[in-house]
Design a protein around this ligand. Structure first.
Ligand code: ADP
Length: 164
C-alpha cells in the first residue's frame, strides 16, 4: 500500500468556520500533513479576498507546522498534482452536500484516476453550519459567536461595521 501522508483540503472558506476547523483537526489524525487550499476565483464574488482568507486561516490554525495554507486558482486537480498529493479531503454535512460532492469527485476521478477524494463526515455540532449563512447572519447584525473562530468573528465585525 502506498502512503498518503499529505491531503489537500480545498474550499472557498469565505469565511473559515468551526466546521472547517473541526474537519482540519480530524483530518490531521488521518494525514501527516494538510494543505488548506483557498480557491481564488475572481469570477465569484466573495466577502473576503483570497489573501484575507489565507491570513485568517493561518491565524486560526496558529501556524501549525503540519498545515500549510495557500490560495490557488485554476483547476483543482492540476493544483493537487503540483503539490505531489494523492488525496483531496472534503467534508460532508447534510444530504444537500452529497450530489454536488459526488459530481465533483467523479469529475476529478475522470481527470486524474490516481487522485482519490476522501470524505469525512462533519462534527455533529456543525451539521448545518455553512459560510453563506454565517455571512448572512453577520451582515444583518446577528451573533455568529460559537460558529466561527474568534479571529474570524473580529474580522466579520470589522467588515460589517465599516460597511454599515
Ligand atoms: P466550497 O465552496 O468548495 O463548497 P466551502 O468553504 O463551503 O467550500 O467548504 C469547503 C469544504 O469544507 C467542503 O468539503 C465542505 O463540505 C466542507 N465543510 C463546510 N462546512 C463544513 C462543516 N460545517 N462541517 C464539515 N465540513 C464542512
Amino acid at each position: 500500500m502506498t502512503e498518503t501522508p499529505l491531503a489537500i483540503y480545498p474550499g472557498s472558506f469565505d469565511p473559515f468556520t468551526l466546521g472547517h476547523l473541526d474537519l482540519v483537526s480530524r483530518g490531521l489524525a488521518v494525514f501527516d500533513r494538510l494543505v488548506v487550499a483557498v480557491v481564488n476565483n475572481p469570477q465569484k464574488t466573495s466577502l473576503f479576498t483570497a489573501e484575507e482568507r489565507v491570513e485568517m486561516i493561518r491565524e486560526t490554525l496558529d501556524f501549525n507546522p503540519r498545515v500549510e495554507v495557500e490560495a490557488f486558482d485554476g483547476l483543482l486537480i492540476q493544483y493537487v498534482r503540483s503539490k505531489g498529493a494523492k488525496v483531496i479531503l472534503r467534508g460532508l454535512r447534510a444530504v444537500s452536500d452529497f450530489e454536488y460532492e459526488f459530481q465533483m469527485a467523479q469529475m476529478n476521478r475522470h481527470l486524474e484516476p490516481g487522485i482519490e477524494t476522501f470524505f469525512m463526515m462533519t462534527g455533529q455540532n456543525f451539521f448545518y453550519l455553512n459560510s453563506r449563512l454565517v455571512k448572512e447572519v453577520a451582515r444583518l447584525g446577528g451573533s455568529v459567536q460559537g460558529l466561527v473562530p474568534d479571529n474570524v468573528l473580529l474580522r466579520l465585525n470589522t467588515k460589517f461595521s465599516r460597511q454599515g
